[in-house]
Design a protein around this ligand. Structure first.
Ligand SMILES: [Zn+2]
Length: 88
């Protein structure tokens, strides 16, 4: 996961699996579709927007390159917690 070339935020036409947390991205849900170029060639990833944010933070900490194993924890969406009054 090195050079990020392109990022789009489409609505999923079909169910997909998030490359960060391994959970489902439901049809019609928005997700981050990113295209990368690394030693192995082109690669597209699909992630929940909050997972993409976490992945970018971890990748920066790791020096730019990480291996995706779909076993990371899905971050709690801050806005959803704020709406429910669960954040101070
Ligand atoms: Zn996810």
């Amino acid at each position: 996961m090195c050079n990020r070339l392109r990022t789009t935020i489409p609505r999923a036409r079909n169910r997909r699996v998030c490359d960060w947390c391994g959970q489902t991205i439901e049809a019609a849900e928005r997700y981050v579709c990113a295209t990368y170029l690394d030693e192995g060639g082109w690669r597209n990833t699909s992630m929940h927007p909050e997972c993409d944010e976490d992945m970018c933070i971890v990748a920066a900490e790791e020096g730019g390159c990480i291996v995706l194993a779909r076993d990371n924890e899905r971050p709690v969406v801050r806005e959803a917690l704020e709406e429910k009054g669960l954040l101070p």
